[in-house]
Design a protein around this ligand. Structure first.
Ligand code: ZN
Length: 159
């Protein structure tokens, strides 16, 4: 079988950032898949599943309620390697296009208080597996060290 495109990215040189993973034409539009890379692959500890799960619930809730983007959100969810998330939007976007959206989303997560949306036995398949303090810490860290002054090396995959 052919190696899929995302396995051809040099993960050793990849730093935390926001990247366009792929663009797929679907009927009369394009779906842009973003790689929201939160930790340095094979270099620093991955995120634990509980905080990944919390970021997923909060991020998906934020995106699907966002006035400008809610109709374009196809999917938001974690990478199996737990170093980041995929965001799929309907439309042809660059990584820089969504920096303001990601700043808003991670500020929302960093400042979140109260009950995590969907964290109940009825709404989720593993609702006790949540860690809000760590999700907030990781969101704050991503904002401070990646999003606030994002560089080209954090927006385009290494050659
Ligand atoms: Zn869940």
């Amino acid at each position: 079988m052919n190696k899929i495109t995302s396995f051809t990215i040099d993960h050793i040189r990849l730093v935390p950032g926001i990247y366009v993973s792929r663009k797929d034409p679907v009927s009369d539009t394009v779906i842009t898949t973003f790689d929201i890379r939160m930790t340095s692959p094979n270099d620093e500890p991955v995120m634990n599943t509980a905080e990944v799960h919390t970021i997923e619930h909060l991020g998906a809730t934020f995106l699907r309620n966002h006035e400008a983007y809610r109709d374009r959100v196809i999917y938001f969810g974690p990478m199996g390697c737990r170093t980041g998330f995929y965001l799929l939007l309907a439309g042809n976007y660059s990584s820089a296009d969504i920096v303001p959206l990601m700043k808003e989303m991670f500020a929302f997560i960093a400042g979140f208080e109260g009950e995590i949306p969907g964290a109940s036995a009825r709404d989720c398949g593993n609702y006790l597996d949540m860690n809000l303090p760590m999700a907030k810490y990781l969101a704050k860290r991503f904002l401070a060290y990646v999003l606030t002054d994002i560089q080209d090396s954090q927006l385009y995959y290494p050659e």
